[in-house]
Design a protein. Structure first.
Length: 90
């Protein structure tokens, strides 16, 4: 019996392919609200990122998260995402 296929996703910060379960999903809802999707089932446009501040900072610098979500992101949203990500890593 063949091994089960592991879904892979690319981090928008470091651009490395990793298993989907190792990454966090950032989602833009149809109303335009940006949040961390812990279940992976929230409807909206999503982007995957590693659970560390370095990848978030890199994605912010090169505007990768904005391109992936097709929406501008304000500074307070980035700071909220950073606090959620660092809270997950602890």
């Amino acid at each position: 019996m063949p091994a089960k296929k592991v879904p892979m996703r690319m981090c928008v910060g470091c651009r490395e392919m990793k298993p989907k379960k190792e990454l966090l999903r950032i989602v833009r809802s149809p109303e335009g609200e940006i949040s961390v999707d812990r279940t992976g089932k929230v409807s909206g446009r999503g982007a995957y990122i590693c659970a560390n501040a370095e990848c978030l900072n890199r994605a912010r610098k090169i505007k990768a998260l904005e391109r992936a979500l097709e929406h501008g992101i304000e500074d307070e949203v980035f700071s909220r995402l950073a606090s959620e990500i660092t809270g997950d890593a602890e």
